[in-house]
Structure formats: structure tokens, C-alpha cells
Design a binder for this molecule. Structure first.
Ligand code: SF4
Length: 99
């Protein structure tokens, strides 16, 4: 998916569902310096109505900072590697990482 298309889907999702947890709480939570904070951010993302769109945008824009869609930088790197190998959108994403 292209970056613009992914961004549009994310923006439309936020518009339909209202503010997300990362917009309403301390943004530092999504750029955690310890595993405890990362766990909290991931849980909040897990119930976010736009987590799929958020993750897709982070993947296609190659975002390498913070937690997006409940997925850390390390896991996104792994997902991108699998995606490249498989040559498809979600075909390379392990089921445990798809919401
Ligand atoms: S899934 Fe994305 S938009 Fe939703 S709370 Fe997490 S980082 Fe924010």
C-alpha cells in the first residue's frame, strides 16, 4: 500500500472514531524507555479502533520510532522483512501481530 493511501485510511478512521489513546495521553508512552511502559502502550493500542490502519501506515512509511498499532520498532522490522520475502501486504505478518 502506498503511504498516502495508508495515511488517508488512518486519518479517516480517526475522524470516524474520535481521538485515540495516544492523542489523549502522554505521547512519551508511545516512545517508551522501558518494557513496562511499552506494555501499557501496546495494551492501549490493542483496543484502539484504528490499530490496523495505524500499523499499516507505520509499515509503509518505514516508521522506525515508537509503538504504532501496538507494534514495536523491532517487530515492525521483522514484519517488513517477512513482507519483502513474501512480496505481499499482510501475507508476511505473523498471525499474532495481526489484530
Ligand atoms: S493504534 Fe496507533 S492511533 Fe491507536 S493508540 Fe496506538 S499508536 Fe495511537
Amino acid at each position: 500500500m502506498e503511504i498516502e493511501k495508508a495515511f488517508t485510511r488512518l486519518a479517516e478512521g480517526i475522524k470516524q472514531n474520535g481521538a485515540t489513546a495516544c492523542q489523549e495521553t502522554d505521547p512519551e508512552l508511545w516512545f517508551p524507555e522501558d518494557a513496562g511502559l511499552a506494555k501499557i502502550a501496546k495494551k492501549l493500542c490493542g483496543v484502539c479502533p484504528v490499530n490496523k490502519e495505524c500499523l499499516e501506515f507505520a509499515l509503509v512509511s518505514n516508521e522506525m520510532h515508537g509503538i504504532w498499532g501496538g507494534v514495536s520498532v523491532a517487530d515492525r522490522r521483522a514484519m517488513l522483512g517477512l513482507r519483502r520475502k513474501k512480496g505481499g501486504s499482510q501475507r508476511g505478518i505473523p498471525a499474532r501481530l495481526i489484530f
